[in-house]
Unconditional design. Structure first.
Length: 297
């Protein structure tokens, strides 16, 4: 009587099976990533397509891109809004964004250096109070701040929008820089003091260059937040000639509530370019900073 015995699969079959499972998993992962990317990019693609549509076809149209693109929306931007050139809104936004970046980098880095590298009485209490300000909603402080600036005669100026940036009121960026500076070796400070350097020289010549990743990260987020800010300019700016891009787009709506959607969307698409260019200009430093944030002895 003969018996039939099964044989275990060889190493070649096991490798083939593992390779098939790996390819299947990779296919599923990439498919899911593409679906998420499509969801994220859909609003941007919709804005691009709608900017080339006539205003009457934007609302209610199911087409992502028009069959017959038009340039009337972009040509209308050259005429300005209410006799105000479009370039005025972009200049105002650029002034506000760059002023915010300068204020954040200077004030927050100085404050972070004090918390991270200088020992003084009450340092931990003050740092905890500063972090606690992150829990305060913006709207809670809105009315007291407006009353204060109104009595000081600073409404309809950029001072209420920028003064907080130069006083280190952005606790998130201070915290970000503090955490980065705490990871720097203390031996650098001790060596600098032996050479006769004070705190200001140590901050400027040693700590600040090593904190470039944190500074660039803060600059990118500050520029984007200031460029897209709507609430602040809406409250403190009254003259259309001082409006930023976000308020300028609001002017595409007339007194009867009828909006020029074509011009509004075309301007919003153009408004994306400075933010995109700013990010592309500094993304290399941001990525390099993330990769070299650790120091090796």
């Amino acid at each position: 009587m003969s018996t039939v015995t099964g044989k275990a699969p060889g190493p070649g079959a096991a490798k083939t099976s593992a390779r098939v499972r790996g390819r299947a998993g990779s296919l599923v992962w990439h498919t899911g990533a593409l679906l998420v990317l499509a969801v994220v990019l859909y609003p941007v693609l919709w804005v691009v397509g709608a900017s080339f549509k006539p205003s009457r076809e934007i609302i209610g149209s199911l087409e992502l891109f028009p069959t017959g693109p038009v340039l009337a929306n972009f040509k209308g931007l050259a005429d300005g809004i209410a006799d105000i050139p479009i370039a005025t809104f972009f200049q105002n936004s650029l002034f506000y964004a760059l002023g915010s970046v300068a204020g954040i980098l200077v004030s927050c880095s100085l404050t972070a250096y004090a918390f991270a590298r200088i020992r003084f009485a009450g340092r931990n209490v003050l740092f905890s109070l500063m972090i606690g300000t992150l829990l305060l909603p913006y709207h809670v402080l809105l009315i007291p701040q407006y009353v204060m600036f109104q009595k000081a005669g600073l409404v309809n100026t950029y001072v209420p929008l920028l003064i907080g940036k130069y006083l280190a009121t952005e606790a998130f960026f201070v915290f970000l820089m503090v955490q980065f500076m705490r990871n720097l070796p203390r031996e650098l400070d001790e060596a600098a003091r032996l050479d006769g350097c004070g705190h200001l020289r140590i901050y400027w010549s040693i700590v600040l260059p090593l904190c470039r990743p944190a500074l660039i990260t803060s600059a990118i987020f500050t520029f984007i937040n200031a460029w897209n800010d709507f609430m602040g300019p809406l409250i403190y700016l009254n003259e259309p000639g001082k409006y930023t891009v976000s308020l300028g787009m609001m002017m595409f709506r007339d007194q009867e509530g009828v909006a020029n959607y074509g011009g509004m969307i075309a301007m919003s698409l153009v408004a994306l370019l400075p933010v995109l260019l700013f990010f592309l200009a500094f993304q290399r430093y941001l990525i390099d900073g993330m990769a070299t944030s650790g120091l090796k002895g």
